[in-house]
Design a protein around this ligand. Structure first.
Ligand SMILES: [Zn+2]
Length: 404
C-alpha cells in the first residue's frame, strides 16, 4: 500500500507557535474556556484558512474542519488544545497538530481521499467546572440537563440550547481516531514505538469512612486507642495488594484522604478515603471492588461505604485496531496493544462511531507536568502511522457498497 510521509519540521514549527499561547509561569497553561484556549483554537482556524480548508466552530466552540466531499459520513480525528495548569506541551496538542499536518500533506501532494475527513478540536477536555471531555460529550449527546448544570453553563457563556445544537448524528461518521501521548511508561519500558489502544479503562470510585474514637494523644495509652488513621493504613495497603494480584489489567488507588480532627494532639477519630479502581474488564473491576469490601468487613468493624461513580470500559473497534496494526507493519514500526488508563475524547466518540486510539511514548511516563516529553522522531512515527491508518481506512470504506 502507498506510503505517505509527513513533514516533521512543519509539525515542530506548529508546536512552537502553539507553545507561545500560554499563561503559565512553568510549562503550558491553556485552561478550558480560558482566553488562551480560545486563542489556541483561533490559531487552528487561521491554519485552516491558510490552507483554504473549510473550518467552523460549533455551538460549544469545538473546531471542525473538513476536507473532501462536503456531504456524507467522514473519517474524523482530533483531540484538544486545553491543558491543566502548568501542564505539558504534548497532551492534546499532539492529536490536533497531527490532524493539521495530515490535512496539509494531503493538500500539498494533491491527494484526494475517497471519503471526507474531519479534524475536530474539542473544547474543555481536561477537568473543568462543566466536567472533563465537555466538547466531545456535547457532540455525542451525553450531557444531561439539570438546572444546576444550566447555571454553570451560563456562567461560562454557554446555554442549554448550545448543548442541544452541538449534538451530531451517527450517520455523520465512519470512524473516529485520536493520536495521543501515552502518559504512562508501558511503551518506554517495552521499547515500542506505537501503542494500539484496545480499550479505555472503566472506573469505579467509592468512599470509605473509617470510624475510630478521637481522644487525647497524651493521655490515651497505646492499648486503649481506636485510631482511625492507623486502621486506614491497613486498608490502603490492602487496596494496593489486591489490585497488584491482577498484573497490568487493573489499577487501584487511594488518591483522596482526610482525617478528623487532623490535630497534632488528638488520636484520629475518623478517616475518609476515596478508592478508585480502573480496568479494561467490568467483571474484573467488580471483583476487585468486592475483594476490597470483603477485606473491610473482615478487618474494620466500624465503616461506611458510599458508591461515588461507575464508568464502564469502552472497547476500541477491532477492525480499526487491525488497520493501525497494518499501518505499523507497512511502515516497519514496532507496536503493542495496550489499555488506556486515562480518559480521552475518544471515550465520548465511541457513542457515535467506531473508534481507535494510537499512543506514542511519554518519557518516564510524565504527563500533566512541564517535563512531559516525547521526541520529534516518536511524534513523526506516530503521525505517519495515523496518516497511513486513515489512508487505509478511506480505501476500505470506499470499497464498501454502502459508500459507492
Ligand atoms: Zn489529553
Amino acid at each position: 500500500m502507498k506510503q505517505l510521509k509527513i513533514n516533521v519540521n512543519r509539525v515542530k514549527k506548529h508546536f512552537e507557535e502553539l507553545a507561545k499561547i500560554n499563561s503559565g509561569r512553568k510549562g503550558y497553561t491553556r485552561c478550558a474556556y480560558s482566553k488562551e484556549e480560545k486563542e489556541a483554537k483561533h490559531w487552528l482556524v487561521d491554519q485552516m484558512n491558510r490552507l483554504d480548508i473549510p473550518v467552523k466552530l460549533d455551538s460549544v466552540q469545538n473546531v471542525i474542519s473538513r476536507m473532501g466531499p462536503a456531504k456524507g459520513p467522514a473519517i474524523a480525528f482530533g483531540s484538544h488544545l486545553d491543558t491543566v495548569i502548568e501542564g505539558g506541551l504534548y497532551d492534546g496538542a499532539l492529536g490536533v497538530i497531527a490532524g493539521l499536518e495530515m490535512m496539509e500533506i494531503l493538500k500539498e501532494q494533491n491527494i484526494q481521499l475517497p471519503v471526507p475527513i474531519e479534524l475536530i478540536c474539542f473544547t474543555g477536555e481536561e477537568a473543568n467546572p462543566l466536567g472533563g471531555t465537555f466538547g466531545s460529550r456535547a457532540m455525542a449527546g451525553l450531557i444531561d440537563y439539570t438546572p444546576e448544570y444550566e447555571k454553570k453553563l451560563n456562567d461560562l457563556g454557554f446555554n442549554w440550547e448550545d448543548i442541544l445544537q452541538a449534538k451530531r448524528e451517527k450517520s455523520d461518521f465512519l470512524s473516529f481516531l485520536e493520536l495521543h501521548i501515552e502518559q504512562g511508561q508501558v511503551l518506554e519500558a517495552h521499547e515500542q514505538s506505537i501503542g494500539i489502544v484496545t480499550s479505555i479503562a472503566g472506573m469505579i470510585r467509592f468512599q470509605v469512612r473509617v470510624i475510630g474514637k478521637a481522644s487525647h494523644s497524651g493521655t490515651t495509652p497505646m492499648n486503649m486507642r481506636n485510631d482511625a488513621l492507623l486502621k486506614s493504613a491497613g486498608l490502603i495497603q490492602a487496596v494496593h495488594d489486591i489490585a497488584k494480584e491482577y498484573g497490568e489489567t487493573i489499577v487501584a488507588t487511594v488518591g483522596e484522604f482526610s482525617i478528623f480532627p487532623n490535630m497534632a494532639n488528638v488520636v484520629p477519630g475518623e478517616a475518609t478515603l476515596l478508592i478508585e479502581v480502573r480496568g479494561s474488564k467490568r467483571e474484573q473491576m467488580k471483583e476487585v471492588e468486592e475483594k476490597i469490601n470483603e477485606w473491610i468487613h473482615r478487618n474494620l468493624e466500624d465503616t461506611e461505604i458510599t458508591p461515588i461513580v461507575e464508568k464502564v470500559p469502552n472497547v476500541m473497534s477491532k477492525s480499526i485496531q487491525d488497520e493501525i496494526e497494518h499501518a505499523c507493519i507497512d511502515l516497519g514500526m514496532s507496536y503493542q496493544h495496550m489499555l488506556s488508563g486515562a480518559n480521552h475524547d475518544t471515550n465520548s466518540m465511541t457513542h457515535l462511531t467506531e473508534t481507535g486510539m494510537i499512543f506514542v511514548p511519554s518519557e518516564n511516563g510524565i504527563s500533566h507536568h512541564p517535563d512531559e516529553f516525547t521526541s520529534w522522531k516518536e511524534i513523526e512515527d506516530g503521525i505517519n502511522v495515523m496518516l497511513q491508518t486513515v489512508y487505509r481506512l478511506s480505501n476500505q470504506y470506499a470499497s464498501l457498497p454502502l459508500n459507492q
